[in-house]
Unconditional design. Structure first.
Length: 262
């Protein structure tokens, strides 16, 4: 019987399209003894695993089904010691607003060898919707923020980001749309171009664009839910007509009134 070598691979599954998986991740999945996968990891990737591989769902859906981090740690320890190679498959990149590095530190503390394989973050797939992260004329950089901190509040870094000539990308920010809008309007920047993008690399992706002052309206009328990104900055206007957002805002009260009359 072969000796069991406990090891953990923290692997980025990419933004959704299974073909955006890295070649290194592809090879590691083919050798996994156990895969612990998130709800944001495309489950088509599980087909790459050996027939004997144990695939365990440990997803965390916002405001819904939730696997405690402590449970994930316990599984990493148990499966690595009893099965060998554990792959922790996480959507996007494991070190971008994920707990990938927490899991690496936990495994190391228990004597388990660890490996990290980067993934393409959903932010990097915004080009599918003609939204470049930077442009030499309108954006000098990128601010990547979380919309909801551990205590539930909006990141204070947003005000700092607004002072720069950079693209602002907000993860997990849908419930903070009104606060984000208020923050921009307070600073006199309510007309800044904005977009909300869901499932950015998949055929059923959704997009809504308009000035940031209309962000709550765009969220409510577009049918976009989690997971989604909010992108704010001049890069949004490069490939999109923002007047659609204003037209929608003007129509919304009329549509609501017509709905009440039915």
């Amino acid at each position: 019987m072969a000796e069991i070598v406990p090891e953990l691979y923290v692997v980025g599954a990419g933004p959704g399209d299974p073909e955006l998986l890295t070649l290194k991740a592809y090879k590691v999945l083919q050798t996994a003894a156990v895969i612990l996968y998130d709800n944001l990891a495309n489950q088509e990737l599980l087909a790459l695993a050996p027939a004997a591989c144990e695939c365990i769902y440990v997803g965390k859906k916002p405001y819904g089904e939730y696997t405690p981090q402590e449970t994930i740690h316990e599984l990493i320890l148990e499966k690595a010691l009893t099965c060998g190679r554990v792959v922790r498959l996480k959507g996007g990149d494991p070190f971008v607003f994920g707990r990938g590095f927490e899991e690496v530190l936990f495994a190391r503390a228990h004597g388990i060898a660890t490996h990290y394989i980067p993934g393409i973050s959903s932010m990097q797939a915004l080009g599918y919707e003609d939204i470049p992260l930077t442009h030499r004329v309108v954006s000098e950089g990128v601010w990547m923020l979380t919309g909801t901190k551990k205590d539930g509040s909006l990141s204070a870094d947003l005000r700092l980001a607004m002072q720069s000539n950079s693209t602002v990308v907000i993860y997990m920010g849908l419930t903070k749309a009104a606060e984000i809008t208020a923050t921009y309007c307070e600073m006199g920047r309510g007309d800044t171009p904005a977009a909300i993008v869901q499932h950015v690399s998949l055929p059923h992706r959704k997009l809504a664009v308009g000035p940031v002052r209309q962000l709550p309206t765009l969220v409510a009328s577009s049918g976009i839910t989690y997971p989604a990104l909010i992108v704010i900055g001049g890069v949004v206007a490069l490939g999109h007509d923002l007047t659609a957002g204003d037209k929608l805002a003007r129509l919304e009260p009329l549509l609501a009134e017509l709905g009440q009359r039915r």
